[in-house]
Design a binder for this molecule. Structure first.
Ligand code: ZN
Length: 326
C-alpha cells in the first residue's frame, strides 16, 4: 500500500540520548544515530516502504524520566523546538507530537498549548508516568491534580499518545532475576496497560468524554483481556468509574500496530475497537520499516480496512488533512 501514515515513530535530541542503549550488538549500537536522523536514511526508507507521512515523537523515557521540574521543562521545550524545525523542512512528509513536562500539571498545560498553537503539532506523546522530585517517585495522571490538564487537552481536541517507559527498579520486584523481561519484551506493555486502566478506572472519561488516548503495540495487551476485565469488575463494588471499561476503551482509545506485526493480534484489535480506531505504526527505529510495511501490505484484511488503518484514520485523528505541501 502506498501513502501509508505511520504514527509512532521516534527521534531524539542529544540530551535525550542513552535510554535506548541496553545491550551489545549492532541493533542497539545503531539506534542513537538513527534517532537523530529524520531527513536522510529515514526518509529514503519511507519512500521504499510506501510511507508518505511519519508522525514523529521523542524517544523514551526522555522528559518523563527527569525528576527535576526545571530540567524537564527545558528538555521538553528544546526537543519540541527541534522537532518543529525538522517538520518544517518537510511538512509534506512529517508531522509532530509534542513532549510534555508532566511533572507539574500547569507546566504540562503551558507546553501543551505552545505545542498545538505555536508549533502546530498534531497531539502529544507522553512516556508513561513521570518521576517527580526524586528518581524513585512515579506519578500517574489519574491523580486529581491532573484534571485541569485533561480539561485543556479535551478543549484543544488533540490526541494523547500514552507510550511505554521503563518501570522504576523499586517497582519491578516481580522481574527480579529476569532482566530480559524488563522493557519492550514484556515490561513496557505491563506498565502502559496499568496506566491506561488507571485512567479508565478513575472516572476520567466520565468527566471528559471527548478525550482520545492512543496506545501502541496493538493496545498493550488490553484487547485480549477486556472481556475478562469487565466480567470480574462486575463483582467489585464502589468503583469510581460509571461505565464498563470496554465502553471507555471503545470510545476514548485508538490503538496502533507499532512494533506488533502479528495478524491474530491485529484481528483481535479490530474486533475489539473496530477498524475505525486502529492505526498503522512502525515504531522506527526500534522496528524496521520494511518488516512492518511488508506485513501490513499483505495482511489478510478487507482493502477498505487497510486504507482506514494505513491512512485515513490517521488523517482524521491527527487532523492531517490540511498538511501544507513542501
Ligand atoms: Zn515507540
Amino acid at each position: 500500500m502506498q501513502g501509508k501514515i505511520a504514527v509512532e515513530e521516534h527521534f531524539r535530541i542529544e540530551t535525550t540520548r542513552g535510554s535506548e542503549v541496553r545491550y551489545p550488538g549492532s541493533y542497539w549500537a545503531e539506534l542513537p544515530a538513527k534517532l537523530l536522523d529524520i531527513h536522510g536514511a529515514r526518509l529514503a526508507e519511507m519512500d521504499k516502504a510506501g510511507i508518505e507521512i511519519e508522525v514523529i515523537s521523542l524517544n523514551s523515557n526522555a522528559v518523563q524520566g527527569i525528576p527535576d521540574l526545571a530540567k524537564a521543562k527545558d528538555v521538553a521545550r528544546k526537543a519540541n523546538d527541534a522537532l518543529a524545525e525538522a517538520v518544517a523542512k518537510r511538512p509534506d512528509r512529517f508531522a509532530g507530537l509534542g513532549a510534555l513536562p508532566m511533572q507539574e500539571p500547569q507546566a504540562a498545560i503551558e507546553e501543551l498549548k505552545r505545542c498545538i498553537r505555536d508549533l502546530k503539532f498534531k497531539g502529544v506523546l507522553v512516556n508513561g508516568f513521570s518521576q517527580v522530585g526524586s528518581a524513585d517517585t512515579a506519578v500517574y495522571y489519574d491523580q486529581p491534580q491532573y484534571r485541569p490538564f485533561w480539561a485543556e487537552l479535551e478543549r484543544l481536541d488533540v490526541p494523547f499518545y500514552l507510550h511505554p517507559r521503563d518501570q522504576l527498579p523499586s517497582h519491578r520486584r516481580a522481574y527480579d532475576g529476569h532482566p530480559w523481561l524488563v522493557g519492550s519484551p514484556w515490561g513496557f506493555a505491563d506498565e502502559t496497560a496499568i496506566h491506561a486502566l488507571r485512567l479508565m478506572g478513575c472516572g476520567l472519561f466520565d468527566d471528559f468524554p471527548r478525550l482520545q488516548i492512543v496506545l501502541g503495540h496493538l493496545g498493550e495487551r488490553i484487547p485480549y483481556d477486556l472481556w475478562r476485565l469487565d466480567h470480574r469488575l462486575g463483582k467489585v463494588p464502589n468503583r469510581p468509574a460509571k461505565r464498563a471499561m470496554a465502553e471507555y476503551f471503545r470510545n476514548n482509545f485508538h490503538i496502533t500496530t507499532s512494533g506488533h506485526f502479528c495478524t491474530p493480534s491485529l484481528l483481535q484489535a479490530i474486533l475489539t475497537v473496530g477498524a475505525d480506531r486502529v492505526l498503522f505504526a512502525v515504531d522506527y527505529p526500534f522496528e524496521d520499516h520494511v518488516q512492518g510495511c511488508a506485513w501490513f501490505d499483505q495482511v489478510e484484511i478487507a482493502e477498505a480496512d487497510r486504507i482506514k488503518i494505513g491512512r485515513s484514520n490517521a488523517l482524521a485523528l491527527f487532523g492531517l488533512t490540511r498538511l501544507p505541501q513542501s
